[in-house]
Design a protein around this ligand. Structure first.
Ligand code: NAD
Ligand code: DAU
Length: 356
């Protein structure tokens, strides 16, 4: 028995692989293109572990995917591989269409053909789990009910449009070809190995370096935050017991405004690593807003709880404390990811956003 994980060197994928092997022990073939977001250091603790087979490659490479399926005969594919950063999708949407849309299409086609080569028992137990996002539902007005699985798709960024397209492909491959699919739509994750281009890790590493903490616009945009370990547990649960063809919303019941997140991180750092220059909140800098910025996301995660018994274990307070402590304890990891390419990204994204 083995599973194929794509994008398993990224933030959530690497947490999932580590969590899966610790919780379950079933071998993993990990297919990852190692883009700027993929990092094998995240998986360093698996060195020499025969249960983890890493393959550097693209989910859009059909010959490679066919070979991996034929060689390893996985009982499931868990698809994390994606371009995942909204700001990058605004500055360069092409890669998002290539990986998120065309790459998912290639995986679905390979899985469809592979399924036909399996005996009845293997075919019945096979699963294709597609990891998606709450951003496909668009932006919620203040006070509106949280996104359920029935909410209309209204993606607003190139990133969310490409994820919405991939969700539609997954749905169609189930309805048309009977591919045994499951889809999860999750809210904002945070935790260890989070690449510091996203809000929470960016604020932690900038605050530790005494650099400005860029808050887009008024900072009153709301996200629903989930500790990454809880997301991994949700995916394991859906893979084990999810109903075929269903989608499951996954969220942390933690709606918070960005400015509140930034202030919480500042206060935690002031407590855990005081700065002689004064409170970190002095570094908060309001900058030009993200074009088309979604104002609010909120996930109604009652379906996955009711049907499958999953609920997040962490509160935001416990999860963010663990996360800040992880970054304090892993200065080597932070230094390693802050390569030349990372600095180029900071220039591209923040160079044009003067403080307001
Ligand atoms: P990430 O950007 O940290 O990692 C993506 C990984 O995919 C990287 O390791 C990268 O090398 C790999 N990859 C990119 N293109 C590839 C390709 N063509 N072939 C093979 N591998 C490729 O992303 P993440 O934050 O870990 O997100 C993982 C998945 O979860 C994505 O599908 C994302 O849409 C979804 N998601 C993320 C969040 C979040 O808050 N981060 C929330 C909900 C859903
Ligand atoms: O909702 C799930 C999504 O969450 C995932 O699908 C995406 O892959 C993931 O990147 C994340 O998208 P966001 O755009 O919400 O995450 P990000 O960390 O980029 O931004 C969080 C909020 O903080 C958002 O409102 C923009 C704001 N922000 C972000 C950055 C990087 C700032 O104010 N300043 C910043 O410098």
């Amino acid at each position: 028995m083995t599973i194929l994980v794509t994008g398993g060197a990224g933030f959530i994928g690497s947490n999932f692989v580590l969590d899966w092997l610790a919780a379950d022990g079933e071998p993993v073939v990990n297919l990852d293109a190692l883009t700027y977001a993929g990092n094998l250091h995240n998986l360093a603790s698996l060195a020499g572990d025969a249960r983890h087979v890493f393959v550097k490659g693209d989910i859009g490479d059909r010959a490679l995917v066919d070979r991996l399926l034929a060689e390893h005969r996985p009982r499931a594919i868990v698809n994390f591989a994606a371009e995942s950063h909204v700001d990058r999708s605004i500055l360069g949407p092409g890669a998002f269409i290539k990986t998120n849309v065309e790459g998912t299409f290639t995986l679905l086609e390979a899985a469809r053909v592979h399924l036909q080569s399996l005996d009845l028992a293997a075919r019945e137990s096979f699963r294709f789990l597609h990891v998606s996002t709450d951003e496909v539902y668009g932006s919620l007005p203040p006070g509106a009910p949280a996104f359920t699985e029935e909410h209309v798709y209204e993606p607003n960024s190139p990133y969310s449009a490409s994820k919405a397209a991939s969700d539609h492909l997954v749905r169609a491959w189930h309805h048309t070809y009977g591919l045994p699919v499951l889809t999860t739509n999750c809210s904002n994750n945070y935790g260890p190995f989070h690449f510091p281009e996203k809000l929470i890790p960016l604020v932690i590493v900038n605050a530790l370096a005494g650099k400005p903490l860029p808050v887009y616009g008024d900072g009153q945009q709301i996200r629903d935050w989930l500790y990454v370990g809880d997301h991994c547990a949700a995916i394991r649960t859906v893979l084990a017991r999810g109903r075929l063809g269903e989608t499951y919303n996954v969220g942390g019941w933690n709606e918070k405004a960005n400015i509140e997140i930034v202030k919480t991180i500042c206060a935690l750092l002031d407590e855990l690593r005081p700065d002689a220059a004064g409170p970190r909140a002095r570094l908060i800098t309001h900058v030009k807003d993200r074009p088309g910025h979604d104002r609010r996301y909120a996930i109604d995660a009652r379906k996955i709880e009711r049907e499958l018994g999953w609920r997040p274990a962490e509160t935001f307070e416990t999860g963010i404390r663990k996360t800040v402590q992880w970054y304090l304890d892993h200065a080597d990891w932070v230094a390693q990811v802050q390569s030349g390419a990372y600095r180029e990204w900071l220039d591209a994204n923040y160079g044009a956003r003067s403080a307001s």
